[in-house]
Ligand binder design. Sequence first.
Ligand code: F6P
Length: 362
Amino acid sequence: SRCIALLNGGGDCPGLNGVIRGVVRAAVLQRGWRVLGVEDGFDGLVEGPRCRELDLKSVCGILPRGGTILGTSNRGNPFRYPVANENGDVILKDVSRQVVDHFQKLGADALVAVGGDGTLKIARRLSDLGIPVVGVPKTIDNDLQETDVTFGYNTAVGIVTEALDRLQTTAESHHRVMVVEVMGRDAGWIALEAGIAGSAEVILLPEIPFDLDLVCDHIMDRRARGSRFSIIVVAEGAFPKGGRKIVQASADQTHGLERLGGIGHYVAAEIGRRKGLETRVVVLGHVQRGGTPSPFDRILASRFGVRAVQLIEREEYGHMVALRGRDVVSVPIEQAVDGQNLVDPDANLVWTAEQLGIMLGR
Ligand code: F6P
């Protein structure tokens, strides 16, 4: 019999509970193993260890629930962990030895780390330190390499699509330009797919720096054709040609624009100023990550969870589960974290959007 420890790292995402349930059912029900749930991600391994036994009853009814029953890490990285020094100042310290000690104290044979880019990088380094790790990729941004898609993404696209449908009717009634800022960090996946599904007029992606003059012309042409309203979807990482990203850039690089609240506010303010149109900004924010996962994400999360248990059974450590076509496969974590999955400006989906008359700012 074996014992698995499981943790979630980084931002939450719909489907995390599906992975937890999948791991527990495959391990406990099918194999008679034990599963320990680490609380609050790596924080729970640094402190404590803080964990609880996950039996079949503890995962009952959690598949449709968003978030994670275990909590996820806020402080996060054990290799750069914020701790107070003797003067009370917060410094970043490498507490990875502590994590290894605490993991050994649990008496677990393996660790399942469910997370995005950051968490998987940490997992890989912990596997170098001797913890037998298996990864499960998670993010609404869909920016992870080596897997066709991550769970949470499909749900986020659904939420944004529904929001766009709702915004269409109010935009039309008031003849307004609605600028909708969506998540995705450096990747434009949510903006692109939800923008197409929600019939956006303009979609601005981090992967294609935009020309605001062209965006304004496009909206004015549309007005001339009789449609006085427009929906513009802006990925939070989008930025104007020759400019810098507002998210993750320092204040001096953004010329104070971050004080306006983000790229969506910038785009709306500029369209209003240049063309005298009435604009409104909607920043969808964490709504995109909350609530119940879609059927697709419930299934993918369940498949990832049970496959992670099989990787442990086969002792394929240092690997993560991934979706390739119709199959859930195993790939080295190292390969997955070596780069990002971004929208290719020459991809067929981008071409499709442009053929539909959607303006991508270029
Ligand atoms: O990576 C997921 C994500 O939701 C990004 O889309 C977004 O930029 C970020 O996390 C927000 O992070 P936080 O939850 O820390 O505000």
